[in-house]
Ligand binder design. Structure first.
Ligand SMILES: Nc1ncnc2c1ncn2[C@@H]1O[C@H](COP(=O)(O)OP(=O)(O)OP(=O)(O)O)[C@@H](O)[C@H]1O
Ligand SMILES: [Mg+2]
Length: 324
């Protein structure tokens, strides 16, 4: 069965077209990552699929149930952790999770034992009996995630689950998400981070201005972006010597970006080694040299011709990394 099957979803708010005909489909048992910049429409799509918002047009089923016309039927099959933690300040962490469990029609005992389990897994057991108003921002997010899992939903929706979470806890969360998926949960997560989609998602959809503009595995997207580059910084007086030495390494395609030289690194670390040697041969010491994997920004630039950050300067050479 398909976990999610959405066709031509349109949602406007006044003049703003938040979703401009999004179609999305994926099977059970996978992690689907929806990647997009601020305002792309990620939260709006999640709200439609989780029955919190009616689209202007389009159809959607989640776990085989009509998400637009049978919201009650869908709600028992899904879990949601929204972009902003929806937790009750005055209840304890444990009470929050138990309360959500009861919304899934679990008995008091069952809700309580599952609450223990998820709080343990999400590393909140020590703080479980404190009121949430004493929690930090990251703890609230984790609590919200715990609550979204307590009903053991078939399909779990996580809207930017690690935004605002420190790097260490972020890694813990990734582990937890991976465990959940091994346990059979299907997951739709949104993120602004390619590394997160990379690590967790089996398939990635790129959304921009309310449209799904590309879809594929992480490797496929990166390949379309032009793969990795070696980025080299040298002192001003060494620039021309370095350029001649690096041009053959770049196969004649040496790219200058601001103060940096960019070498398409089709051979990954080997290209990096070659660049180091080439500079060494002409006696130039790099100020900085490194292998750079494509970022979300690079994917965006290639796919859309603009940077993910809307307010930045338009790039003068939008296709500089080219398509392979
Ligand atoms: N309730 C609303 N009323 C008016 N406009 C809205 C509403 N909800 C969303 N929008 C607009 O719809 C567009 C998509 O918003 P959405 O929240 O779905 O983006 P997003 O991809 O989740 O962004 P972010 O990464 O910042 O969370 C934006 O232009 C936003 O301003
Ligand atoms: Mg959002």
């Amino acid at each position: 069965m398909q976990a999610v099957e959405a066709t031509d979803i349109v949602k406007t708010f006044g003049d703003v077209v938040a979703l401009d005909g999004v179609s999305l489909e994926f099977e059970e048992g996978i992690v689907y990552g929806l990647l997009g910049p601020n305002g792309a429409g990620k939260t709006t799509l999640i709200r439609v699929l989780t029955t919190l918002l009616k689209p202007d047009s389009g159809t959607a089923t989640v776990a085989g149930v009509d998400a637009i016309n049978d919201p009650v039927g869908v709600r028992t099959k899904i879990g949601l952790a929204g972009q902003f933690a929806a937790v009750d300040e005055f209840l304890t962490g444990r009470e929050n999770v138990e309360m959500v469990g009861q919304l899934y029609n679990l008995s008091k005992e069952e809700a309580s034992s599952r609450a223990d389990d998820v709080l343990e897994r999400i590393n909140l057991i020590d703080a479980a009996d404190r009121p949430v108003r004493t929690y930090s921002g990251g703890m609230r997010r984790r609590l919200d995630l715990a609550a979204s899992m307590v009903g053991r939903p078939e399909v779990l929706f996580l809207d930017e689950p690690t935004t605002g979470i420190d790097p260490g806890s972020r890694l813990d969360l990734w582990d937890l998400i991976e465990e959940l998926v091994e346990g059979g949960t299907t997951l739709l997560l949104t993120t602004q981070y390619l590394d997160e989609a990379d690590r967790l998602a089996d398939r990635i959809g790129v959304i921009d201005h309310g449209k799904l503009i590309d879809e594929g595995t992480s490797d496929e997207l990166k390949d379309r972006t032009g793969g990795s580059v070696v980025e080299v910084h040298v002192a001003e007086q060494d620039r021309s010597t370095a350029a001649s030495a690096l041009t053959p390494v770049a196969g004649g395609e040496l790219i200058t970006e601001g103060q940096a030289f960019m070498i398409p690194a089709g051979r990954g670390a080997e290209t990096l080694t070659d660049a180091v040697r080439a500079l060494d041969d002409v006696g130039v010491k790099a100020q900085d040299i490194g292998l750079r994997r494509p970022t979300l920004d690079d994917v965006f630039l290639t796919l859309t011709g603009h940077r993910a950050q809307e307010d930045s300067e338009p790039d003068a050479e939008p296709a500089r990394r080219g398509r392979r």
